[in-house]
Design a protein around this ligand. Structure first.
Ligand SMILES: O=C(O)CCC(=O)C(=O)O
Length: 364
């Protein structure tokens, strides 16, 4: 018979401390989600209440090198100024590598809990690798229905030495084959603001890179849970591979001018595409011109979903504030300058709560 997990403390110990994760919980044979995973009704995700977004077709980056260059730039800028999310194809990451990444993610999470638990915080043999579940379990009233492994990049040699063997090669190939694209997108976005950043500045703004693998087991009660709660990413740009299952939802803010109310829309899975989204650091640097996007993930009851984000984040030693040229033009700084290390500590020190992470850098 499946264990009941009615006692919240033993559930927490099993899932979080012992490293069984949500996957271990599901494998134990539960038939309904334990209390600790039930979201307040305000956070539950109603699959049926979804808006549609007119600019959802992927942007073909190969056209940057042809006669449609200006149109492609316009599409990237517009998406970054409005939704903060867009999808790209012909991005330079081989499509068969995308398939291998999804397989590697399934392979990593299919391992026995003990093998994965070797990478739990506090016991992981390397500070570059962390396996865990939910975002901030100690701080969350309801846990997120997600396990993850996070791999920090320093050098190729260290990645190959320390990252888990089930996924290290593909994860490193993914990172390396996407780096040029991310830099190019940033050059376009800053260029559109009339700012040219030299290579060393661009490197400082993207110098911390993490490849994560997320695993969302099939959930007996998707209507009561979230895979990931509402949040924006803290970094500069995030790139994300999602599988074909769907469930990534993004908030389209209310548009006061047109009178359109806020709504959630889905970023539909698209074969061969990668999802790009603006992070808080880029919103701050652009003095609010580009929007970090509030997003969340719904769970499903029949299949386990995987996704593989790469977070490109400023170096922790970097000071982040609105670029001076933009402050001069806008006549005000909408954010104060912050040490990115402090920004990160604040971000990881709290449960997900929409775009509240940005308050840390707001001027008023
Ligand atoms: O799985 C996804 O689609 C999104 C993941 C995400 O938002 C995150 O890892 O922060």
């Amino acid at each position: 018979m499946a264990p009941s997990f009615d006692d919240s403390i033993s559930l927490f110990d099993f899932v979080v401390h012992k490293g069984n994760g949500v996957k271990g919980l599901v494998d134990s044979g539960i038939e309904k989600v334990p209390e600790r995973y039930i979201q307040p009704s305000s956070e539950r995700i109603d699959k049926l209440v979804l808006g549609s977004y007119e600019h959802s077709s992927p942007i073909d980056l190969s056209k940057l090198d042809g006669p449609d260059h200006d149109q492609v730039v316009k599409a990237i800028v517009k998406a970054s100024e409005t939704l903060g999310f867009f999808q790209v194809v012909n991005h330079g990451v081989p499509v068969d590598l995308l398939e291998s990444l999804k397989e590697a993610a399934h392979k990593f999470f299919a391992q026995p809990p003990k093998t994965k638990a070797a990478y739990l915080k506090g016991v992981s043999p390397s500070s570059l690798v962390k396996y865990g579940t939910s975002f901030a379990p100690d701080k969350e009233k309801a846990l997120e229905w997600k396990d993850y492994v996070s791999m920090v990049y320093t050098t190729d040699a260290e990645a190959l030495e320390h990252w888990p063997k089930e996924c290290k090669e593909v994860a490193l190939d993914y990172l390396k084959s996407s780096t040029r694209m991310v830099t190019r997108l940033l050059e376009i976005l800053f260029g559109n603001l009339g700012v040219k950043l030299d290579d060393s500045k661009l490197e400082s703004l993207t110098g911390l890179k993490m490849v994560n693998m997320n695993f969302y087991p099939a959930c007996p009660n998707p209507e009561l849970t979230v895979g990931v709660g509402r949040h924006s990413d803290m970094g500069t740009l995030t790139l994300l591979l999602q599988d074909g299952i769907g469930g990534l939802h993004v908030k389209l803010e209310e548009d006061v001018l047109s009178g359109k109310k806020e709504e959630w829309i889905e970023i539909p899975p698209c074969p061969g595409a990668l999802v790009i989204n603006v992070g808080d650091a880029l919103q701050i640097l652009s003095n609010g011109r580009y929007k970090s996007a509030e997003h969340r993930v719904r769970t499903t009851n029949n299949q386990s979903r995987v996704s593989v984000p790469i977070f490109t984040v400023p170096r922790p030693t970097e000071k982040i504030g609105p670029l001076p040229q933009l402050v001069e033009r806008d006549g005000e700084a909408r954010y104060r300058e912050v040490s990115f290390e402090e920004y990160m500590n604040n971000f990881f020190g709290k449960a997900h709560e929409g775009k509240k992470s940005l308050d840390f850098a707001k001027t008023n």
